[in-house]
Ligand binder design. Structure first.
Ligand SMILES: Cc1cc2nc3c(=O)[nH]c(=O)nc-3n(C[C@H](O)[C@H](O)[C@H](O)COP(=O)(O)O)c2cc1C
Length: 218
């Protein structure tokens, strides 16, 4: 069994990356592969339909080899984050480039899949869009439309990019204050590392195990 995990997070060793690695390990698969999309060049789909006869994209970039990896994998985990409350563009472009696998044969159909989303806005924050929900829905929609077996998703609370800015929350555009209120500071919000939340780690491990229960032939 081989499981492919694809992270759209460009941040080095991000919560998104580490969450994905926990799920990959928890599948117990003999072979797992972790792909960081920011190490690759993947343009969005051109909608040219040049892939209809061949199930292969005509765009000459890394999207072709990544689609091949997705096709050969027995299960696929997609991990993204949520700039402006929707799925990040690298992850979206990667999913679009799996479109060639669709035509006539449904080459991803029946394959188990799972989603991980990291967002800075906690669920149900008043006045803020449901970023995590939107991100998960985008990945689930892709898997559903390709006939995959969507096994489940975990959302992770990540970090507002403003924590790295050094402005200590004085900025009128502070994401910290936008999300957590006018009195929020870096000290009051803190830096989220998923490993500090055992419940989240348990959910990630469970997702890997659930994925394994759905491998072909089991
Ligand atoms: C340009 C940009 C816009 C962002 N907008 C949002 C947003 O609207 N909602 C949200 O939940 N997170 C937003 N984020 C935060 C990311 O979701 C956050 O970086 C992600 O949780 C990754 O966190 P991590 O570094 O802890 O893995 C944004 C990040 C960037 C870089």
């Amino acid at each position: 069994m081989k499981v492919l995990g694809v992270s759209g997070s460009p941040i080095k060793n991000s919560n998104t990356d580490r969450a994905l690695k926990i799920v990959l390990a928890a599948t117990g698969a003999k072979k797992t592969e972790f792909i960081k999309l920011s190490d690759h060049t993947v343009a969005p789909c051109d909608a040219c339909l040049g892939c209809v006869e061949t199930n292969r994209c005509v765009i000459k970039d890394d999207g072709v080899a990544l689609a091949e990896k997705a096709y050969k994998a027995d299960a696929l985990i997609i991990a993204g984050y949520t700039p402006y409350s929707s799925l990040d563009s690298r992850t979206k472009a990667f999913m679009e480039r799996l479109y060639p696998l669709r035509h006539r044969h449904g080459l991803m159909a029946g394959k188990p899949g799972a989603a991980i989303i990291t967002s800075a806005v906690p669920d149900s924050t008043p006045g803020m869009p449901p970023a995590a929900k939107n991100g998960i829905q985008a990945i689930q929609n892709f898997m559903m439309e390709e006939g995959m077996n969507f096994v489940g998703a975990v959302s992770i609370l990540g970090n507002v990019p403003c924590i790295k800015c050094g402005d200590e929350g004085q900025c009128r555009m502070s994401g910290l204050k936008m999300i957590h209120g006018p009195d929020a500071t870096m000290a009051s919000v803190g830096i989220n590392a998923l490993e500090n939340d055992p419940a989240t780690v348990a959910l990630l491990q469970r997702l890997g195990e659930d994925l394994a229960d759905n491998f072909y032939g089991r």
